[in-house]
Design a protein around this ligand. Structure first.
Ligand SMILES: C[S@@+](CC[C@H](N)C(=O)[O-])C[C@H]1O[C@@H](n2cnc3c(N)ncnc32)[C@H](O)[C@@H]1O
Length: 346
């Protein structure tokens, strides 16, 4: 994927390697997806279940590393027990040039992109924010403080008193990392306090990798509005399942329901045209959306395809295509002139 001609994106590459008898039909793996394992234990709260989707993501990330899809020395620190799982590979989202930049990752969970970005060193000042529930950010703080390899990247991960937010403002070149422990729905309120340390004067990329899909549609829109209202130079990338109405999609939804997981936005943004319209409605002048299937076919270089295929081989081409056709990456940006003023409509 390093040779991709387009910006690197999160994707389902490692599902290409799924082998064995169970197949993948209707199963969303690794991002809170459906696995048909209903439990008889007492049902935890929906928020707790949603937080558990990050455990799926962490296991998937580890599996991707183990299989050679992803080079991520940090993934293993977030795995508490030996785990077997199929995989999802994520890659850094953007390249940076010449000036200060900011990334805000909603529902970042145990994502390790930030460590890889800062480990590589940035020529440019990067302000990186992650947001997740307090239980998730507290755990991340603990793992970072107690893991030498991560403390090297974030040497001063200091908590902000009486909050579940922690940050390191001592990174090379003036870069900063902020990890905000809060319920995103708090940002959907009209009087919401902006994230501490959020810059509103620099180019900012808002990311949601399978996070906003767990919010009610109105809340998800208001969370995006929280940022579009405050940050003029804003772009966005959303990674979400789509097509809940065809047989594979119906199975996906039913598998999620078996785990007491709902994705309220799935109905409203059921295909790539609706995802694009959603971004335009949110005020992004340019909006695009593609399925992972399409991105794999059109954006991934032949060399990278060959490399990935060589890792495990691919037994289930049809299932891969079905699954990859049920995930979308949508992205948009606002037109800004050199003075930082919007030149697009709205
Ligand atoms: C499927 S995981 C994805 C984690 C990460 N983005 C990744 O791709 O590895 C979804 C994440 O969204 C978080 N999340 C969902 N709803 C949230 C909310 N209302 N407030 C904060 N975080 C939320 C969950 O706790 C979880 O960590």
């Amino acid at each position: 994927m390093a040779n991709m001609p387009a910006p690197s994106i999160p994707n389902l590459l490692t599902l290409r390697g799924s082998r064995g008898g169970s197949g993948t039909r209707g199963r969303i793996r690794g991002r809170g997806g459906a696995q048909s394992s209903a439990t008889t234990a007492p049902t935890p709260s929906h928020d707790t279940i949603i937080q558990g989707t990050d455990t799926d993501a962490a296991i998937s990330r580890m599996s991707a590393v183990d299989l050679g899809y992803l080079d991520d020395p940090y993934a293993r620190f977030f795995i508490q027990a030996p785990a077997v799982g199929a995989a999802v590979r994520r890659l850094p989202i953007i390249n940076r040039e010449g000036q200060e930049r900011q990334i805000v990752s909603l529902g970042a969970g145990t994502d390790t992109r930030v460590f890889r970005l800062f480990q590589r060193g940035n020529q440019h000042k990067l302000i990186y924010h992650e947001v997740d529930f307090p239980t998730v950010t507290d755990k991340k703080h603990h793992v970072v403080r107690s893991t030498a390899a991560m403390s090297t990247v974030l040497p001063k991960p200091e908590a902000i008193a009486e909050t579940h937010t922690w940050r390191d403002e001592t990174l090379p070149g003036g870069s900063q990392y902020w990890c905000h422990g809060l319920d995103l729905r708090d940002l959907s309120k009209p009087d919401a306090t902006p994230l501490s340390g959020l810059r509103t004067d620099i180019p900012t990329l808002l990311i949601s990798e399978c996070c906003l899909c767990y919010l009610e549609v109105a809340d998800a829109s208001k969370v995006m509005k929280h940022f579009t209202d405050r940050v003029p130079h804003l772009s966005v990338v959303l990674y979400e399942p789509i097509h809940p109405h065809d047989p594979f999609g119906r199975q996906m939804v039913s598998n999620l329901a078996a785990r007491h997981i709902r994705m309220p936005t799935l109905e409203d943004y059921a295909d790539i045209s609706k995802q694009e319209a959603r971004l335009r409605d949110a005020g992004f002048d340019t909006a695009h959306s593609l399925t992972i299937e399409r991105i794999w076919e059109d954006w991934v270089s032949p060399e990278e395809k060959e490399r990935v295929d060589g890792l495990e081989g691919l037994d289930e081409v049809e299932e891969w295509n079905l699954l990859a056709g049920h995930y979308s990456v949508s992205w948009g940006w606002r037109e800004i002139n050199l003075d930082g003023w919007r030149i697009g409509p709205g």
